[in-house]
Design a binder for this molecule. Structure first.
Ligand code: FE
Ligand code: FE
Ligand code: ZN
Length: 293
């Protein structure tokens, strides 16, 4: 397994009958040295007990294959929204789901949970930020793990919060448990939010000034179907979108990002996973024109 300080992989599925063992096999088949997974369906919070998910078998295989568990990423389900408390039942459900996802992440031996900051749904971004910070403090005080939450930078669809580095910094600022908070930088989302990813040095400088680079825990490497500032959140295959291969290659190989897990969340094409080819090209620097054909 490649180990030059670049940890590159994709999100992988977790399905019956092999569950986590199957996720690890999938990651290996793409030539990954890290990966991201959901511990159940991304869209809901229904979750199978950990005992049914072949975790021991998966962990045994991944350690044999040379994966570093501290680089693995779990993504929380989208249904969580702790940035609005006008519906106390939903707010409480969101906090409970964050707690249970933190415990599940630890149960897989992983240490980083990616969370979408959520939508303020009309409360305004400032109130949404305060609602989320309170929820995070409650969750982080009672989950009993050391798992870190990586708040994902969002594209600015609807009433999303976390659509600028300032908003992400403000969420962290309002929390007591700052040492367990970090950031997931998504290249498609920040482009949609208005950051010029083609000038990535400038983006990183701003990230460092506003949030601090030490908070960066994971990068989502995606091309985008839309021009800068579009607020659409439609991922595209590497080289097929507005960011292009060279820009994303430079992100993956940026000297300041050494050691930070890089995760592809690009779309399937013709019902095929693109990750093996994308990983190969992003490692080698050799782009194959029309590689999807
Ligand atoms: Fe995400
Ligand atoms: Fe993402
Ligand atoms: Zn997205």
């Amino acid at each position: 397994m490649k180990n030059d300080g670049i940890y590159l992989g994709s999100h992988v599925s977790m399905n019956a009958p092999d569950f986590y063992l199957g996720s690890v096999k999938e990651a290996i088949s793409y030539g990954s040295n890290t990966f991201m997974f959901y511990t159940g369906a991304p869209q809901n919070s229904f979750r199978k007990p950990l005992s049914e998910l072949k975790i021991q078998e998966g962990r045994k295989l991944l350690l044999e294959a040379g994966f570093d568990e501290s680089k693995l990423i779990v993504h929380a389900p989208y249904i969580i929204n702790a940035a609005n408390y006008t519906r106390p039942d939903l707010y409480e459900m969101s906090i409970n789901t964050i707690v249970s996802e933190l415990k599940r992440t630890a149960g897989f031996g992983a240490q980083i949970l990616v969370l979408h900051p959520g939508s303020h749904v009309g409360m305004g971004a400032e109130n949404g930020i305060i609602a989320l910070a309170k929820a995070l403090d409650v969750a982080l005080a009672c989950d009993g793990t050391n798992v870190k939450i990586a708040l994902e930078t969002m594209a600015g669809k609807g009433h999303e919060i976390g659509i600028s580095f300032q908003e992400i910094a403000s969420i962290i600022d309002h929390c007591k448990n700052k040492h367990r908070l970090g950031v997931c930088l998504d290249t498609c989302h920040i482009s949609d939010a208005g950051y010029d990813v083609k000038d990535f040095n400038k983006v990183l400088k701003e990230f460092d000034d506003v949030i601090g680079l030490s908070r960066l825990l994971v990068v989502h490497v995606n091309d985008t179907k839309n021009p800068i500032g579009a607020h659409k959140d439609r991922h595209e295959n590497i080289g097929y979108g507005y960011l292009g291969f060279k820009t994303l290659y430079d992100v993956v190989h940026h000297p300041l990002l050494k050691g930070i897990p890089m995760i592809l969340e690009t779309p399937y094409y013709n019902e095929k996973a693109p990750y093996k080819q994308e990983i190969e090209m992003l490692r080698s620097g050799k782009y194959v024109d029309n590689w999807r054909d």
